[in-house]
Design a protein around this ligand. Structure first.
Ligand code: UD1
Ligand code: CA
Length: 459
């Protein structure tokens, strides 16, 4: 018989201790909202069904997680047991195991969840709690064990007596339950406690009272179960996850010169033999090939970087940089750009929605916006596409093998033909045919001997 696995994610709380407009579970850790980390972990474990309990910020949480999960609504946040009970419609009566995860434990890893479930199955328990031992257990529910070492119940920090407060073993808030026993026990949870809430951890004591097997899986990875209730813990979680991400890349063959100053978000992919220099930020869906040098001081968001690319001191957003291209120092590449193979985008160059063909160069001090540049083009220093007339944006096209002289203004819409030559200092407002020379500047006038006269006058 196939054994069914369900998951409940608790994400209805406001997160008062965050002191934030943003709902707690939506606060990002390494660029990804906490609750999204958890859902991704659960998805990797191939659950039959994932139900997310939403309440505060329900719409925002749903927007974040989308339709890959089911939702239950908890109108009033009466406690974690009450929250799980809101999944009755989806889960009550079903046969199988239900794993409950709080939405504020972003560091929980797949392996740990997997081991918890295995332990639960092996011990044939009605409920298994994931525990760990902390040097400072303040704020967490404590695991109370009997003389034989079996778990008796869980007591919330605010309800502890002095003796219980000294217990170092805590509940991570993550549990496995026999689904049917869970829902039956939820009906018996009351709110006679320090916070006047229905506590999910009370289910443990209730099932124990029914002589059910209660199990605990104690993990030594203390970081895994860490809850994030305030911004101090948020920063700490960020630090731990950052370290894990960086170590993962290093183990896959990426050199990170200084992991402490390298900020790589969760979903970034990097190929082997790429070197990440200090103070580099790789965000969103950025994918980097192999044999690249990224940084120092690179900030890339949703960028596709092919192999052998070098990027220094530059900011790139939603763009592609192709094989062996070089960017920077001090370039700013804005969304919709495509930097071709072997292209050089040099210092103080800004690109926006601009495609640059293979082997072309934009070496210094240029702005190219809404431009289509061909292959083997040289764009001289100080070239500007005049793409905006105050109302609309217009396109500039530059054909293959053309040469744009320094300090040219290309007033769009305009087409510079293939193999053409724009003289330095030109302001081009008409199309240039293929192979033509365009000069659009005032002709120089030399007045013989006149300088001497001027200089004498000044004395
Ligand atoms: C909870 C546990 C505690 C455990 C700790 C681990 C309870 C009563 N306490 O405490 O034993 O050691 O987590 O981090 O379960 N939520 C709802 N609806 C509610 C209340 C909470 O959805 O009515 C959600 C919150 O959004 C949050 C999670 O449940 O994601 C946990 O709530 P929180 O208030 O953070 O509980 P803790 O005090 O940390
Ligand atoms: Ca918490």
């Amino acid at each position: 018989m196939q054994h069914h696995k369900y998951a409940v994610v608790l994400a209805a709380g406001q997160g008062t201790r965050m002191k934030s407009k943003l709902y707690k579970v939506l606060h990002p850790v390494c660029g990804k909202p906490m609750v999204q980390h958890i859902v991704h972990r659960l998805e990797a474990l191939a659950m039959d069904q994932i139900v997310v309990v939403v309440g505060h910020g329900a719409e925002q949480v749903k927007n974040q997680l989308g339709s890959s999960v089911d939702y239950a609504f908890q109108e009033k946040q009466l406690g974690t047991a009450h929250a799980v009970k809101m999944c009755s419609e989806q889960l009550r009566g079903k046969q199988g195991t239900t794993i409950v995860v709080t939405g504020d434990t972003p560091l929980i890893r797949e392996e740990t969840l997997h081991r918890l479930m295995t332990h639960h199955a092996e011990t044939q328990a009605a409920a298994t709690v994931l525990t760990t031992v902390l040097a400072d257990p303040t704020g967490y529910g404590r695991i109370v064990r009997n003389e034989q070492g079996h778990v008796e119940r869980i007591v919330e920090h605010k309800d502890t007596n002095e003796q219980e407060r000294a217990i170092g073993e805590i509940s991570t808030g993550i549990f496995c339950f026999d689904n049917q026993l869970l829902f039956a026990a939820l009906d018996q949870v009351n709110n006679n406690n320090a916070q006047g809430e229905y506590y999910l951890p009370d289910v443990i004591g209730i099932l124990k009272g029914q002589n059910q097997i209660i199990s605990a899986y104690l993990t030594e990875d203390v970081e895994d179960g860490m809850g994030v209730n305030d911004r101090v813990q948020l920063a700490y979680a960020e630090q731990i996850l950052r370290r894990r991400i960086n170590e993962g890349h290093m183990r896959n063959g990426v050199t990170i010169i200084d992991p402490h100053s390298t900020y790589i978000e969760s979903d970034v992919v990097i190929g082997p033999d790429t070197v990440i220099q200090p103070n580099t930020f790789l965000r969103g869906k950025t994918v980097i090939g192999s044999d690249c040098t990224i940084g120092p001081n690179a900030d890339l968001t949703d960028v596709q970087v092919e192999n052998g690319v070098s990027i220094q001191y530059s900011v790139i957003v939603k763009s592609t940089v192709r094989q062996v291209a070089s960017v920077g120092p001090f370039a700013y590449i804005r969304p919709g750009s495509d930097v071709g193979e072997h292209v050089k985008v040099g210092d103080f160059v800004e690109l926006k929605n601009t495609r640059i063909g293979n082997h072309s160069k934009v070496s210094h001090l240029s702005y190219l916006g809404d431009a289509e540049v061909g292959e083997h083009v040289n764009v001289g220093c100080g070239t500007i596409t005049v793409n905006y007339d105050g109302v609309k944006k217009h396109k500039t096209e530059i054909g293959d093998h053309s040469f744009i002289g320094c300090n040219s203004n290309l007033i769009a819409p305009v087409i510079i033909g293939e193999g053409s030559y724009v003289a330095a200092g030109s302001t081009i407002n008409r199309n240039v045919p293929d192979d033509a020379l365009a000069i659009a500047r005032v002709r120089q006038d030399n007045k013989e001997g006149y300088a001497k006269k001027l200089l004498r006058k000044e004395k």
